[in-house]
Structure formats: structure tokens, C-alpha cells
Design a protein around this ligand. Structure first.
Ligand SMILES: [Zn+2]
Length: 63
């Protein structure tokens, strides 16, 4: 059975798609963490630009 080969999404290196490769589709743990890090950065960057405190929902001072 021929071993499938994929390209690492991070560095584009050829990766053998084997059972021993625990980082697939990445070539290494490093590339996997880099990809996850970029994904997290993209995710957190959006709310980070909104620097206003959550004050809009403050109810008026009614007694
Ligand atoms: Zn890689």
C-alpha cells in the first residue's frame, strides 16, 4: 500500500500520511502549533480592537 503524501499547511513540506505521524497533516508539532497560534491570533484580534468597556447595557439609575 502506497503511503499518501500531503503538504504541510504551515511550511508546505511534504508529509507522509502515516499512522506514526501524529502531527498530520502537519510535518511536525512545531508547524501544528504555529498554525493553531495563527488561528487563535486571528480569533482574538477581532474583539481586541473593541476596547470599549461593556457599559452600554448599564441600566439607568432608577429607584
Ligand atoms: Zn511543516
Amino acid at each position: 500500500m502506497k503511503t499518501p503524501v500531503v503538504n504541510c499547511p504551515t511550511c508546505n513540506a511534504q508529509v507522509n500520511w502515516t499512522a506514526e505521524n501524529r502531527w498530520k497533516p502537519f510535518c511536525s508539532e512545531r508547524c501544528k502549533l504555529i498554525d493553531l497560534g495563527q488561528w487563535a491570533a486571528e480569533k482574538y484580534r477581532v474583539p481586541a480592537e473593541e476596547q470599549e468597556p461593556e457599559s452600554e447595557e448599564t441600566p439607568p439609575l432608577a429607584q
